[in-house]
Design a protein around this ligand. Structure first.
Ligand code: AMP
Length: 396
């Protein structure tokens, strides 16, 4: 049976896509439409090792999906095998505890969650509506970043604020990166059988970054909150801080509180501290050539990651595994080492040589002799997880 799945990831100004085949094992074509909504929007498509780029005239999500459909029309071997479309959806609130086939009820549910993800949810809905229009008859599935964390206990997901805010408005921790954590949990179970009955800590460190504790295969705590701003320091996000700062920044800089929040989302984190870049690779290069501020930004990142790993670990009986994933977690030798150093009170000990020699893009074990916690690098693959969920739901 043909099982090509189109995976679509609509952001507010971008649309990433890929067609996966052979139970998600093979990527036939992939690409990204960027700077949507501006005069400079363009779409890049990578096929058989070759990358082609073309400008988008209207720069809308609809135009991007139309170009993808036209490309597929010219590659009927791929189009004819297309059996489903999987959408990454950032926020599913308390409505969606697992992936689901999209119908009117699901679209309404995503719309209701838009208050918590005002940039992403409208883009998701646009993407879903356009794909329904251009790919009639092909079932579509929504895969939510939040659903893996619906297993959190109330003592983890409730904020200590008046309970009526939760009852009336749904203000609580939801958590994100759930598709990645679910994938990591499954990969770890394949690599280290029995881990699904143990305590696992995962650091998903990319431009967005969070930690998750997985107890017996279920998320028991995570660092992100009602939005992806809570928790770790990130590329441009501050992560957690004293909420009074919003009012202080607003007054001191004579900007609105919304503008101050925007500063915490877009001008803070690694970029804010280093005053150089939000990109870890650039900062590591700068550090190596003596830039003290770049080093400080990376060290704060390490310190706050360690702190949140320790904090999320309070929901585990034991820390049997610690997994690094995401662009930084998979590639930054320096940060893995700095984070583990700060967790020595928990008996975490990284093998320096294994850390330095960890092969790119592969699962590797970095545990030092005598350390009770198995330390891993596991590359994440959210597209694959979305494709697998889509196949499994449309087969039912
Ligand atoms: P992601 O959002 O998961 O794609 O991760 C992006 C982050 O990973 C950026 O900060 C990159 O600089 C970082 N990254 C990717 N490759 C490396 C590398 N070889 N060394 C350090 N950081 C890296």
């Amino acid at each position: 049976m043909q099982d090509n799945i189109l995976v679509v990831n609509c952001g507010s100004s971008s649309l990433k896509f890929a067609v996966l085949a052979n139970a998600g094992q093979q990527t036939l074509v992939e690409g990204i439409a960027e700077r949507l909504g501006s005069d400079e929007s363009l779409i890049s498509i990578k096929y058989q090792g070759e990358k082609s780029q073309s400008p988008l005239i209207e720069g809308t999500h609809k135009e991007a999906v139309t170009v993808i459909k036209q490309w597929l029309d010219q590659h009927p071997d791929i189009l004819q095998g297309l059996v489903g479309i999987g959408h990454r959806v950032v926020h599913g609130g308390e409505t969606f505890a697992s992936s689901i086939i999209i119908d009117e009820y699901v679209i309404n549910g995503i719309e209701e969650c838009a208050k918590f993800a005002p940039l992403h949810s409208p883009a998701h809905i646009k993407g879903i509506e356009v794909t329904f229009e251009l790919f009639p008859g092909i079932p579509q599935v929504a895969v939510f970043d939040t659903s893996f964390h619906q297993s959190l206990e109330a003592e983890q997901y409730l904020y200590p604020i008046p309970m009526s805010y939760y009852r009336n408005h749904g203000f609580r921790k939801y958590g994100f990166h759930g598709t990645s954590y679910r994938y990591i949990s499954q990969q770890l179970a394949k690599t280290s059988p029995g881990s699904e009955q143990q305590g696992v800590l995962v650091a998903h460190l990319g431009n967005g970054a969070s930690t998750c504790a997985i107890n017996h295969g279920q998320s028991s705590d995570t660092s992100m909150g009602i939005t992806p701003l809570e928790g770790l320091m990130m590329g441009t996000r501050s992560g957690s801080l004293d909420p009074s700062l919003i009012s202080f920044i607003s007054q001191a800089e004579n900007i609105s509180q919304d503008a101050a929040l925007d500063v915490l989302n877009k001008q803070s984190g690694l970029l804010g501290v280093s005053e150089l870049s939000n990109d870890c690779r650039t900062l590591e290069e700068a550090m190596l050539s003596g830039d003290e501020r770049a080093k400080l930004s990376l060290d704060i990142f390490a310190s706050r990651t360690a702190k949140y790993l320790a904090s999320t670990a309070t929901t585990l009986d034991s820390i049997d595994h610690l997994v690094f994933t995401g662009g930084i977690g998979e590639n930054s030798v320096y940060l893995r080492e700095q984070i583990c150093q700060r967790l020595k009170a928990f008996g975490i000990k990284l093998d320096e040589t294994k850390n330095q020699q960890a092969p790119r893009g592969e699962i590797s074990n970095l545990t030092n002799e005598g350390c009770q916690t198995q330390i891993w690098v596991i590359p994440t693959n959210e597209e694959l997880m979305i494709a697998l969920d889509t196949i499994s739901l449309i087969q039912k």
